[in-house]
Write a protein that binds this ligand. Sequence first.
Ligand SMILES: Nc1ncnc2c1ncn2[C@@H]1O[C@H](C(=O)NS(=O)(=O)C[C@H]2[C@@H](O)[C@H](n3ccc(=O)[nH]c3=O)O[C@@H]2CO)[C@@H](O)[C@H]1O
Length: 123
Amino acid sequence: KESRAEKFQRQHMDPDTSTVTASYCNEMMKRRNMMVGQCKPVNTFIHEPLHKVRAICFQGNVRCKNGQSNCHQSSSKMRITDCRLKKGSKYPKCDYETQQLQKSIIVACECVQYEIVHFDGSV
Ligand SMILES: Nc1ncnc2c1ncn2[C@@H]1O[C@H](C(=O)NS(=O)(=O)C[C@H]2[C@@H](O)[C@H](n3ccc(=O)[nH]c3=O)O[C@@H]2CO)[C@@H](O)[C@H]1O
């Protein structure tokens, strides 16, 4: 069974991509299995090395959207791509907007080997 840390990496890590094309989200949301059963409405891919993303767990501690206090905000901006489902896009034809940004990201970290288990948002 996939661990939460593995699930985070499947859903959010793409260190090998530096610039994205307009079809990046449609390709990646499918390739990373986020079109199964439903079209995942919003998903962010992070184009930074894993060790840089793991380091966020030791940076600014902030409250998570769900009220837990185990979220951390990156002290520097990170290269990300936001994928948002287009209006009128109907499962199984999931059609995404691709937006490449540089923003500080917020993730939730768990004590188990202090792994990242959840993407909370970007600011
Ligand atoms: N503090 C915590 N500590 C530990 N675990 C915590 C904590 N909080 C939640 N989990 C868990 O995480 C799991 C999970 O999948 N949460 S999720 O909200 O649906 C993820 C969002 C994110 O994937 C995506 N999104 C969203 C915005 C954006 O900019 N970019 C972007 O990609 O949309 C999703 C929905 O918003 C769930 O099991 C929950 O229990």
